[in-house]
Design a protein around this ligand. Structure first.
Ligand SMILES: Nc1ncnc2c1ncn2[C@@H]1O[C@H](COP(=O)(O)OP(=O)(O)OP(=O)(O)O)[C@@H](O)[C@H]1O
Ligand SMILES: [Mg+2]
Length: 265
């Protein structure tokens, strides 16, 4: 398998090289003296068909980055493109369509609809898109995820790991070009987390998806092709071909930098 070399420098980008591209993305919450600049001019490209982990201290802006990159939130300034489509140029209806047709989302809180069955939950995006529901593909996906006997169950009857797998089935069945995942393994035990990470890895290696995953776990990050370290609303470092040990060491250094600075104040 060839691994894409990261430079992180969007100015070098060839048009088709990056699946998700951010240029000088700024996000400010609030106004006046209490305004918080949560994204501080982020320029970064996520190469096609790669799995990138995003790590950084709590509050550094990782979820905000994901929300802006995925078109769930609008940057205060700067631009984002997905598969060559400039998001800032789209109106709400077009943005919703792009999200529905090209993107998949996996959140720590699963976001399953409690009144629907597992089968209904995973086909909901197709339902919304008025697309035909491929019964065989749904069955296969649930079987691959060890959920075949739960198709008619409600989410409340499933464990956390099983619910997360339902959320993943839902994201993958939509055949998205890009999957954004915010701490998808945060609520899982290590065995369930390994299953979920294996599925995500497969989605890149076999199905050619692009994945951007926020995580706090060095073991999870080591499954990715590269780790982007984020601090104070900026990308501070990129680690290609990560190992769990190398990731943990970088995280410790980042955290050390924070406590030193806090001590000076
Ligand atoms: N809607 C909002 N309104 C105001 N401030 C916000 C909003 N969303 C996030 N913030 C602030 O932006 C900063 C970054 O938040 P964000 O959720 O992106 O961090 P994070 O890196 O994902 O943290 P964690 O690892 O704890 O999930 C925080 O200080 C947070 O309070
Ligand atoms: Mg977060």
């Amino acid at each position: 398998m060839t691994r894409t070399v990261y430079s992180g420098d969007v100015s070098e980008a060839m048009p088709a090289r990056y699946s998700v591209e951010l240029r000088q993305v700024v996000k400010v919450y609030g106004e006046g003296p209490t305004a918080a600049r949560v994204l501080d001019g982020v320029s970064f490209g996520f190469p096609r068909r790669t799995f990138t982990a995003v790590m950084g201290p709590s509050g550094s802006g990782k979820s905000t980055l994901l929300q802006c990159a995925a078109g769930l939130d609008r940057p205060s300034s700067g631009s984002v493109s997905i598969e060559g489509v400039e998001l800032t140029a789209l109106d709400e209806a077009a943005l919703t369509r792009l999200r529905r047709d090209r993107l998949g989302f996996i959140f720590q809180s699963y976001n399953l609809v409690s009144t629907l069955t597992v089968a209904q939950n995973v086909t909901l995006p197709m339902e919304f898109a008025s697309r035909p529901i491929p019964a065989d593909a749904v069955r296969d996906m649930l079987a691959r995820l060890g959920l075949e006997q739960y198709a008619q169950a409600r989410p409340a009857a499933l464990s956390g790991g099983q619910q997360q797998r339902v959320a993943i089935a839902r994201a993958l069945l939509g055949t998205p070009a890009v999957i954004f995942a915010d701490e998808p393994t945060g609520a899982l035990d290590s065995r369930a987390a390994a299953d979920v990470l294996g599925l995500l890895r497969d989605a890149v290696d076999r199905a050619g998806r692009t994945i951007v995953m926020v995580t706090h776990d060095p073991v999870a990050a080591a499954v990715a092709d590269a780790v982007v370290f984020f601090a104070d609303g900026r990308v501070v470092e990129v680690l290609p071909q990560p190992t769990a040990d190398a990731v943990a060491a970088r995280m410790a250094r980042l955290a050390g930098g924070f406590s030193q600075r806090a001590g000076v104040r």
